[in-house]
Design a binder for this molecule. Structure first.
Ligand code: GRF
Length: 241
């Protein structure tokens, strides 16, 4: 058997994708083991799933951090190595119709939260970071501190649509409202844009005329649970070559 890769995971909710990855690791279906699960929201079911599987967990409460930033951000709140001009020039998340102040506020609040994530995560020897339903965008501040080897993407995300169609937070909803007859899910690497990084794998399903949004989500999630472990294995194979 090939060497197992160490996978860190971030979640925001129920964690059914996390469960699929835990199951694939435990049954040796993939050459991987999960070393931690972090969440941006306290008390979510996914944290329980991780704890049940004896995986270390932590929470960085984004809502609380953003709430306190709204009362004002001092320079001393920012990470020591935060450089606003550098992040502004790299990021492709906040559209240019937002004012420079709005963009700066967004990037500063996220970097404050991201530094806390990094402080928890960097204690682990991690090969790959998997976003298993993590509903926050990541800024170049965070991405550059994970992708430290030139040319090697190390952050993987699952998106509930067939990219490049329907980026954003509601892929299945957008697929349904558009009236698509094919839906799907995509696993891709994270780059500086929103859902724009290189595609690793995709699965599609048929949408019947009378399918509801719930039907689409159900069909989609079933595909996601198979696709995500396969893509993690693809990454493991590329390292084990
Ligand atoms: C999935 O549909 C995933 O594509 C999206 O968020 C949802 C997470 O579901 N990014 P779960 O928490 O894994 O059940």
């Amino acid at each position: 058997m090939a060497n197992k890769i160490n996978v860190g995971t971030l979640i925001s909710g129920g964690g059914t994708n996390l469960q699929a990855i835990i199951d694939a690791c435990q049954s040796n279906l993939i050459d991987a083991g999960i070393i931690f699960t972090g969440s941006d929201t306290p008390g979510v079911k996914g944290l329980e799933r991780a704890q049940k599987a004896n995986i270390d967990t932590f929470v960085v409460d984004y809502s609380k951090i953003i709430g306190s930033c709204k009362k004002g951000i001092n320079d001393s709140d920012l990470p020591e190595d935060f450089n606003l001009d550098e992040i502004l020039s790299k990021q492709q998340l906040v559209v240019s119709k937002a004012s420079k102040e709005q963009r700066a506020f967004f990037l500063k609040t996220r970097a404050i939260a991201e530094r806390k994530l990094l402080d928890k995560m960097l204690a682990y020897d991690m090969d790959l970071l998997v976003l298993a339903g993590f509903m926050r965008v990541l800024t170049p501040y965070f991405i550059d501190r994970i992708n430290t080897e030139p040319g090697l993407y190390k952050i993987m995300n699952i998106h509930p649509a067939l990219l490049p169609s329907f980026p954003g937070t509601d892929g299945y909803g957008d697929t349904f409202r558009y009236g698509c007859k094919i839906g799907g899910c995509t696993v891709h690497y994270i780059d500086y844009g929103e859902d724009t990084g290189p595609i690793i794998g995709q699965k599609a399903f048929e949408i019947k005329d009378n399918d509801t949004l719930d039907d689409i989500k159900k069909k989609g999630l079933e595909k996601e649970w198979r696709l995500f472990p396969q893509c993690i294995q693809k990454f493991a194979d590329s390292l084990n070559k």
